[in-house]
Design a protein around this ligand. Structure first.
Ligand code: BES
Ligand code: ZN
Ligand code: ZN
Length: 469
């Protein structure tokens, strides 16, 4: 469905369904209040009522807050999937344009790659109608770019693990680079060996797909800031020899969501032509079992030089990130910000629930700015605080650090502290770690999310980057 912003006076579409939002208060004086009430419509938030003789669709809304506008748009996007109209129109203004676009695109999202039969909707256009398009054009274009980048991220995450493995993910990144004029460098196994990425290589050793480190860069002239993004790209996490239980393994194709978010963000930034240099690094690896698999008891030497005692091969994401973070910090000298995105721990979901991304780092200021951006973007984030007692739980008797904590509590934070070990002193205050284990994927719809990948991180990070001066 194509979305178009159009002046009221130029709007002439035929076979069009007009959508009207109504609050319970507005319903009292509405033109069709009797008919609407007869059909049981009371303008309750997220309820719809069609009046097809008049080509009208009413949707209830509590008030015109951004969040309510967004979920109303999601409700409409779902309700209109089977209608026979050619187009849909809805009135927008400066405040409602973004939530309505996000609700429509993200709430109407479908992933049909593996469906043999899909219904093709007759609806081809969504018209956003306003008094004057000029002052709304920028907000319109931005909202479309960000929503489409979120869907781009969702599509990659949703792709089955035998179709989206490290080699195909690298290919996709190359195509994105070509389409969006980004620099692209991909390290294969040989190059990774040369770079001493032994921790990362160990995780992928039992896979029939070669591990890849992907580096994309968007470098506009006169960039005001330089940002490094790092994503966990476990295209499948079986747990390795510390094998996951059967039911926990299902959905582990989503363990690449951090990588996919980082690709979605650089796509959005380059299409918005932001005045900042952005580097995206992805550790694309598959964690499998086999005679060649890395094992609990192995000691790995990380790229940084620290040795890591492996006590659980299912804590693999941090091993990959240890090397990719180290590589990123060498390639991007003196960054203004360093962010990593990872579906890192089940413990993060235990701590915060499935709707909130866990944020960890040392800078209160940065956490505050990020929290502001995420609130504006409509994604939930919350800080999980570091402390030195938890840090001690990563001590190893054998090596420099252990890949899991020796106590069962605080697992999201100890994972964050493991990553902290690989952040250079000069970057400590510039770094944030985002644990998106709970937020990246869902098997039941919530907010603008439908079954499957959510694209978590794309909206709040793009918002943060847009806010940089
Ligand atoms: N990819 C998982 C984390 C995860 C769990 C993401 C559930 C999304 C949903 C990660 O690699 C993992 O397995 N972590 C372990 C760590 C443990 C072994 C210390 C976990 O959370 O159980
Ligand atoms: Zn794991
Ligand atoms: Zn994992």
């Amino acid at each position: 469905m194509k979305i178009e912003l159009i002046d009221t006076k130029n709007f002439t579409a035929k076979e069009n369904l007009t959508v009207k939002l109504v609050t319970p208060e507005q319903l009292k004086n509405a033109k069709f209040k009797k008919t609407l009430k007869k059909s049981g419509f009371s303008a309750e938030q997220d309820t719809v009522c069609g009046m097809h003789g008049k080509s009208l669709l009413f949707c209830g809304i509590e008030n015109y807050d951004a969040q309510n506008l967004k979920t109303a748009a999601v409700t409409i996007a779902k309700a209109i999937k089977t209608v026979a109209y050619k187009s849909l129109s809805i009135e927008v203004d400066a405040k409602s344009i973004r939530p309505i676009i996000e609700g429509f695109i993200l709430g109407g999202y479908e992933f049909n790659t593996y469906k043999s039969k899909t219904k093709t909707s007759k609806l081809k256009k969504l018209y956003l109608i306003c008094e004057d398009v000029t002052p709304l054009t920028k907000a319109f274009e931005e909202a479309v770019v960000i929503s489409e980048a979120t869907c781009f991220t969702r599509d990659i995450v949703n792709t089955a693990p035998d179709d989206m493995h490290p080699e195909t993910l690298a290919k996709l990144a190359k195509k994105l680079a070509k389409d969006n004029k980004l620099e692209c460098n991909i390290l294969n196994k040989k190059a990774l060996k040369k770079e001493r990425c032994e921790a990362m290589l160990a995780v992928g050793r039992a896979s029939r797909h070669e591990s890849k480190l992907i580096h994309l860069a968007y470098k506009p002239q006169n960039a005001k800031k330089r940002i490094a993004l790092v994503g966990k790209g476990l295209t499948y996490d079986s747990g390795g020899l510390s094998l996951k239980p059967a039911t926990s393994m299902v959905t582990m194709k989503m363990d690449k969501a951090g990588a996919c978010a980082v690709l979605g963000i650089i796509k959005a930034v380059s299409e918005l032509q932001l005045d900042i240099e952005v580097h995206a690094f992805v550790g694309a690896v598959e964690n499998m079992i086999g005679g060649d698999a890395y094992k609990p008891d192995d000691v790995l030497r990380s790229r940084k030089g620290d040795t890591i005692e492996v006590r659980n091969t299912d804590a693999e994401g941090r091993l990959v990130l240890a090397d990719v973070l180290d590589y990123a910090q060498e390639k991007v000298k003196n960054p203004d910000y360093l962010f990593d995105f990872a579906t890192l721990t089940g413990a993060c979901m235990v701590a915060l629930g499935q709707y909130t991304t866990g944020v960890m780092g040392h800078s209160n200021r940065l956490r505050h700015d990020l929290s502001k951006a995420s609130r504006k973007a409509g994604e939930l984030t919350a800080t999980l605080p570091f402390n030195n007692h938890l840090k001690k739980q990563l001590k190893s008797e054998i090596a420099d650090i252990c890949n899991i904590s020796n106590k069962p509590y605080g697992g999201a934070i100890t994972a964050g502290l493991f990553l902290d070990n690989f952040i250079k002193e000069e970057n400590k205050e510039k770094w944030l770690h985002f644990d998106i284990a709970g937020t990246a994927y869902t098997e039941s719809p919530w907010d603008v999310n439908v079954h499957g990948a959510t694209g978590a991180g794309v909206r709040f990070m793009t918002q943060f980057l847009q806010s940089l001066k």
